[in-house]
Each structure stands twice: as structure tokens, then as C-alpha cells.
Design a protein around this ligand. Structure first.
Ligand code: PLP
Length: 387
């Protein structure tokens, strides 16, 4: 038996604040009644602020993030349309696999899963696409499987500078509410997001934020779809309702989460995430363990991935840390399975929670007899004290 609070330090789902849990536990109300309709209208306005997408049209699905990926694809693309995607890791690969299953042709730029989107490679392909057969460019802002954040604004700027009309889709599932993001100013057409990470909610709702251009394209698009169709949603949302039963209680939680975000202030939230990410990297460097991301300017502020030497079983380390210290860390996914651990430091989080997590990791490293320098955690403490 484990006592005390469980440390849920995977990179999402994240810890849900008590006040959000309390909001979710309110009695379910009539989703076709006036109280619900008023709440929906407020929520739709509120969520736009989190993606800095005042001009965007927000759509909330009772689904996980994967559903929001599918919705983005099926509303914009038609059979055999071409999509350009970049292989940043496990999640970009899952999105690519989905696009292929749906009948779209994906041009996928492979990488070693340690770096972000390389815009030069995109531009080379887009420049050669004289007939504009590539209808969409899809990117993952923060690749949760690696802890690499891509420089989305500069990639989009370069795409725009060659006047390629492809629709820009960005997955912000593990950056929303943790890492600065500007749906409007960056000229994103479709932002894909989920509830269970920076928004501090349980899994269960997911979002598309769409530009007017994206909505117009979807209205003309004849690709077969029903549940994921934006038009029905936008039409019913106008009166504060949904075309089917929404996740009423998670929406109560969203209301409270938006209140908390407003109270702390988005810019403060981003600074807090950056500070915790820097402190975590200080500890990892102190331990003498390699960070998975290769470029210093692409480190994620929502999670940190530690890459171990060939002979280390990273899952055994995670098991020891869970069994001994009641702390869950993220497993390696896809080609990094068994080779890395991922420390989540996003969502509702503070310094003692980070230091508790890092001490569990440091003690785990010793117990698993993994070569490291002890006392790395002092580097994190030192960083937090001084910053
Ligand atoms: N995209 C990213 C970046 C993710 O981190 C995840 C899940 O962790 C997904 C997509 C898939 O979302 P879900 O598991 O909610 O379907």
C-alpha cells in the first residue's frame, strides 16, 4: 500500500486541481436547457484566449485528442489529397498513419526523433509543388514522445513567404496552456488540442480551433464524415448547444480551469513552465545523463526526456520509481521504448512537486544502479532558489 498523494508526473494526463475536480462533481444538468447554453457560450469565448485565437472558431468534441486529429483531416481533405508531415516522433507518426488510413497521401519527412520540424526540408518540397497538389501541412508543436518543441512560427512564415496555399494544421495537445502559442498571429488554420495536459482537466474533451478559411474549405469539401463534421457543430454552438450529448461535467471543469488560467495569467503560466523545465534540465545535467533533444533551442517546457546508455532498461527504472516512491513517469514510446523516461512538468504544478519528482528520479537512479553523479537535484534546487 502507498500512502500520501500519488505523483502523476507523466506528460499528461496531468494533475487535476481540487477546484476543477469539485466543479466536475456537480450534478449533471440538461444539455438542452438555458443554463447549459449560457455556459457553452462563455466557454467557447474563454478557450479562444488560451490559443490566442480571437478570430478562430472553437469546436469542442467529446473525444480524446485523436478524434480532434481525425476531425481536422476529414473536414479539410478529400480522397487522395496530398499532405506534408514531419516525423518528429511517435505522435506525428500516429497522425500520419491515421491520414493514410483515411485515404490521403502523406509525404512524410523522416527524422531521428530528436529534433523539431526542419523548415528547409518542407520548403524544398513545397517549392516543387507547382500545381499545389499538397493541400495541407501538419505539424506537432510539442512532440510529447521526445520533449522537442518545433519552431512553428518560423516554419509557417517560410511557407507563407513562398505563397503556397496549403492549409496549416498544428497539434498543440501537449503545449496548449503550457508553451506560448498564437493561433491568429501565426496564421494557423486548424489548431488541434486536448483537455488532459496544460488545461488541467481529465481526458475526455478535445478541440479544433479553425480559421474562417478552414471552415469555408470544409463546407465545400465532399469527403464523407458525420460525427466530426464542423458545420453541424458550428451551427448548433451558435445557440450554445451541441449536435449530440456533450461531456457536460468535463465542461463544468473547463469553466473552472479557464478561471484558474485567467487568475494566474497565461504569460505567468508559460514562465512557470519554462522555469520548471530549466530546473529539470539542470538536475539531468547534474546527474550527467543525456537529454534526448539535440538542439538547445528546441527543449520542451512541458516535459523532459532522459536518454540512457544502450545497456540500461529505462522501464525498470520507471518501475522502481513507481513501486518505491509512488511516482509515475512517462514511458518511452515507439522507437524510444525502454530507452528513455519522460518527466512531465506541466499543468497544475509547483516547486515542491518538481523537487519531489526529481528526488524520486535520483533515488531511482541509485537503486537501479544506473551510472550517474549523485546530487543532481541540488542543481535544480539552486536554479529554483535563484530564479
Ligand atoms: N498528439 C500529441 C502531441 C499527444 O501528446 C497525444 C497524446 O498524448 C495525442 C496527440 C493523442 O491524444 P489522445 O491520446 O488524447 O487521443
Amino acid at each position: 500500500m502507498q500512502t500520501g498523494k500519488h505523483f502523476l508526473q507523466i506528460p499528461g494526463p496531468t494533475n487535476v486541481p481540487d477546484s476543477v475536480l469539485r466543479a466536475i462533481s456537480n450534478p449533471t444538468i440538461d444539455h438542452r436547457g438555458p443554463e447549459f447554453s449560457e455556459m457553452t457560450s462563455d466557454l467557447l469565448e474563454g478557450v479562444k484566449k488560451v490559443v490566442k485565437g480571437n478570430k478562430s472558431i472553437p469546436i469542442i468534441f467529446p473525444s480524446s485528442g485523436t478524434g480532434a486529429w481525425e476531425s481536422a483531416l476529414v473536414n479539410i481533405l478529400s480522397d487522395n489529397d496530398k499532405i506534408l508531415m514531419y516525423d518528429t516522433g511517435h505522435f506525428s507518426t500516429l497522425w500520419k498513419n491515421m491520414a493514410e488510413k483515411l485515404g490521403f497521401e502523406v509525404i512524410y519527412i523522416e527524422s531521428e526523433w530528436r529534433t523539431g520540424v526542419d523548415s528547409d526540408k518542407f520548403i524544398e518540397i513545397l517549392k516543387n509543388d507547382q500545381k499545389h497538389e499538397i493541400k495541407a501541412v501538419c505539424m506537432v508543436h510539442n512532440e510529447t514522445s521526445t520533449g522537442v518543441t518545433s519552431k512553428i512560427p518560423s516554419v509557417i512564415n517560410e511557407i507563407k513567404s513562398i505563397n503556397h496555399p496549403a492549409i496549416i494544421m498544428v497539434d498543440t495537445i501537449s503545449s496548449l496552456g503550457s508553451i506560448d502559442y498564437y493561433h491568429d498571429d501565426w496564421n494557423v488554420d486548424v489548431t488541434v488540442a486536448g483537455s488532459q495536459k496544460g488545461l488541467m482537466l481529465p481526458p475526455g474533451i478535445a478541440f479544433n480551433f479553425i480559421s474562417q478559411n478552414a471552415l469555408d474549405i470544409s463546407i465545400k469539401n465532399d469527403y464523407k464524415r458525420s460525427y466530426w463534421d464542423w458545420s453541424e457543430m458550428v451551427k448548433t454552438n451558435l445557440n450554445g448547444f451541441f449536435p449530440y450529448t456533450p461531456s457536460t461535467n468535463i465542461l463544468f471543469g473547463l469553466k473552472e480551469a479557464l478561471r484558474l488560467i485567467e487568475e494566474e495569467g497565461l504569460d505567468n503560466i508559460f514562465k512557470r513552465h519554462e522555469r520548471h523545465a530549466k530546473a529539470t534540465r539542470a538536475a539531468v545535467n547534474g546527474w550527467g545523463i543525456e537529454l534526448l533533444p539535440m538542439n538547445d533551442d528546441e527543449h520542451s517546457n512541458s516535459l523532459t526526456s532522459l536518454l540512457f546508455k544502450e545497456n540500461v532498461n529505462a522501464d525498470n527504472l520507471r518501475k522502481i520509481i513507481l513501486d518505491k516512491f509512488n511516482t509515475s513517469l512517462g514511458t518511452g514510446l515507439g522507437k524510444w521504448a525502454g530507452k528513455i523516461i519522460r518527466i512531465g512538468h506541466l499543468g497544475d504544478f509547483n516547486d515542491p512537486m518538481l523537487l519531489g519528482t526529481l528526488s524520486a528520479v535520483e533515488m531511482g537512479l541509485s537503486l537501479a544502479e544506473i551510472e550517474h553523479k549523485s546530487g543532481g537535484i541540488l542543481e535544480a534546487m539552486n536554479y529554483l532558489e535563484k530564479n
